[in-house]
Design a binder for this molecule. Sequence first.
Ligand SMILES: NC(=O)c1ccc[n+]([C@@H]2O[C@H](COP(=O)([O-])OP(=O)(O)OC[C@H]3O[C@@H](n4cnc5c(N)ncnc54)[C@H](O)[C@@H]3O)[C@@H](O)[C@H]2O)c1
Length: 254
Amino acid sequence: MKKLANKTAIITGAASGMGAQHGIRFIEEGAKVVFTDTNKEKGEQVVKKLGKNALFIPHDVSNPKDWKKVVDMTEEKFGPVSILINNAGVAIPNGGTLTLENTEFEGYKKIIEINQFGTLFGMQAVLPSLRKAGGGSIINVSSVGGLLGMFGHYAYNASKFAIRGMTKTAAIELGEENIRVNSVHPGMIETSMIKASIEKNPEIWKDQLKGIPLHRMGKPEEVSSLMVFLASDESSYCTGAEFIIDGGKTCEDK
Ligand SMILES: NC(=O)c1ccc[n+]([C@@H]2O[C@H](COP(=O)([O-])OP(=O)(O)OC[C@H]3O[C@@H](n4cnc5c(N)ncnc54)[C@H](O)[C@@H]3O)[C@@H](O)[C@H]2O)c1
C-alpha cells in the first residue's frame, strides 16, 4: 500500500519551490492534495497535470477567512484533512538583507503576518477537520534560521523561531487527540527564494557552500522525502520534534 493512501493533505505556498514538489510527491504516495498559494496562475499550472487527486485553491495564509474557505472546500472535495504542511513563507524581497537600524515596521510586520500568523491560523483552521479524521500530522516549515541567527533577517529569523516554539506547544496540547505536530528546518535548498539571494550576494553564498559538510545545496525532492515520513504513519511516535535537513550546516561550530 502507498504510504499516504486514504489521506487528505493541505499544502500552503504550493505554487512553486518546495511546496509544489511536496504536493507532487504526496500524490505519487497516494494522497489527495489541496495546493494553496497567493499565486493563482502558477498554482493552477502545477495541478494541471496531476489528475483528480489534486486541487488548487487561491489562498493568503495571513487571512483567517481565507483559511476557513480552504478547509471547507477541501472537506467538500476530499473529506476530512489529515495532513497540513504550513509551508508558505517569505523573506525580504529580492534576496535583500536589513541591519537592525534599517529594519522598518511595515516590512517586518508583513513577514511575521505570513510566516508566523499564517502558521498559527493554519493550525487553528484545520483542527476540527483533523478531529473528524481521527487524528493527523501538522508539519510546520521553519528553517535553520529557526535554530540560529541569520545576518540581516530580523523578521524572518523571529518568525522561524516562533514557528519552532508554537510547534512544541501544539504538540503538547494535541498529543492526546492523536494529532502530531513537528517542525522542519531546511538549510539551503535550491528554490527561487534562495536563488534571488545568491544572485545578489554570490561571494557570500560561495563561502556558505564551503561551510556545509555535504558541500552543496539541497534539492526540494530531498525535503519531500522527509515530509512523506512525517505525514505518514511511519513517524507515529514523532511529535514536538525539530527535523533538520541542511547537509550538516548546523552541526559544526563555525
Ligand atoms: N529555500 C530555502 O533555502 C529555504 C530554507 C529554509 C526554509 N525555507 C522555507 O521553506 C518554505 C518554502 O520556501 P521555498 O524555498 O520553496 O520558497 P518559494 O518562494 O519557492 O515558495 C514559497 C511560496 O509561498 C507563496 N506565498 C507567499 N506568500 C504567501 C501567502 N501570504 N499565502 C500563501 N502563499 C504565499 C509564494 O507565492 C510561493 O509560491 C518557506 O517557508 C521558507 O521560509 C526555505
